[in-house]
Write a protein that binds this ligand. Structure first.
Ligand SMILES: C[S@@+](CC[C@H](N)C(=O)[O-])C[C@H]1O[C@@H](n2cnc3c(N)ncnc32)[C@H](O)[C@@H]1O
Length: 307
């Protein structure tokens, strides 16, 4: 089971109230959704999505006691406005996005997310769509791979790995997690530092295969669009790139008055206008990190729609 991260803080940032309507765009195994339902009372409504069919099935089981108060669907949160309209909901009181992977995905070798387990090099959250990590590695150019490893993985040996990859794939196709992890470790010259040498490569591939950054940019827009006045958009991110996207998105919508050289002022920024729920991101307590090490890189940000 996946242990939900910063549950108390998520509920506080969402300002969950009895009878409210909340959308969880990343249901996972339903941990946050369940906590939301417990706070909402019998009149609340939970709308839930996950692009992963297995996660959705698991969430449905967990949320069974609240079945009449849930509307759940498999899908990408990028498209959240469509099911919300279909469910007859005009505006929601809160949107939650808990990014990254669930334990259900990481710990299943068949999904190919982890180099600890031997499995196919897949990494798709929605196994019915898109290219696998193996497909990507088969066709990517050296320049693109080097750029992506830097951008999404902060990989210091990006060029070295990319150059070796395009040569190596003339000899062998990369199809399994251990095969890739062992190969990256050899190219990087073995284990140095605290993390496994393939960590950054695996993170890069997961972000690309699932188009995680594009989804987040689109999902934030959609989230804001379905919020009613006073509604809250709350995001839990797990690496700096995601957190930066959230920070910039909210800043653009906070906007500001800019003085004009000829006098007067003009508004710079986008509508609808939002405000930060808290000026700085929240991080998990030491106690939570000890009991759930997966929480260690979490950052929680929240914004409130003003009108
Ligand atoms: C960290 S887990 C969420 C865990 C969940 N909050 C819980 O308490 O169990 C992230 C989930 O988001 C899903 N996900 C990631 N990107 C998504 C997207 N663009 N649309 C819908 N679901 C997505 C993943 O499949 C995964 O199940």
């Amino acid at each position: 089971m996946h242990t939900p991260v910063m549950v108390r803080e998520v509920l506080e940032f969402l300002a969950v109230r009895p009878g409210g309507v909340y959308l969880d765009g990343t249901l996972g195994t339903g941990g946050h959704a369940r906590a939301l339902l417990e706070c909402m009372g019998a009149d609340g409504l939970l709308l839930g999505m996950d692009r992963d069919a297995e996660a959705l099935a698991q969430a449905e089981r967990i949320l069974e006691p609240w079945r009449s108060q849930c509307r759940l669907e498999q899908g990408n949160y990028v498209d959240m406005a469509a099911p919300v309209a279909r469910w007859g909901v005009k505006r929601v009181d809160g949107v939650l996005l808990d990014l990254g992977m669930s334990a259900l995905q990481v710990e299943n070798p068949e999904r190919g997310f982890s180099f600890i387990h031997e499995g196919p090099l897949d990494m798709r959250m929605d196994r019915a769509q898109g290219m696998t990590a193996a497909d990507f590695l088969e066709s990517v150019s050296e320049d693109e791979l080097a750029e992506r490893l830097k951008q999404f993985g902060d990989e210091p040996d990006a060029r070295k790995i990319a150059r070796a990859m395009v040569m190596e794939r003339q000899r062998q196709r990369f199809t399994s997690t251990r095969q890739l992890a062992d190969w990256v470790a050899r190219i990087k010259g073995g284990r140095r530092g605290k993390i496994h040498p393939a960590t950054r490569t695996f993170q890069t591939l997961r972000i690309i295969v699932n188009r995680e950054i594009e989804c987040l940019e689109q999902g934030l827009k959609q989230g804001l669009a379905i919020l009613g006045p006073g509604g809250r958009l709350v995001v839990l991110s797990y690496h700096s790139l995601e957190d930066r996207v959230v920070k910039h998105f909210v800043r653009e919508h906070i906007g500001r008055w800019e003085s004009l050289p000829a006098g007067g002022q003009r508004w710079v920024g986008q509508f609808p206008v939002v405000r930060w729920v808290a000026p700085k991101p929240l991080t998990p307590s030491n106690g939570e990190i000890v009991s759930n090490p997966r929480a260690r890189s979490a950052k929680l940000r929240g914004a409130e729609r003003m009108e």
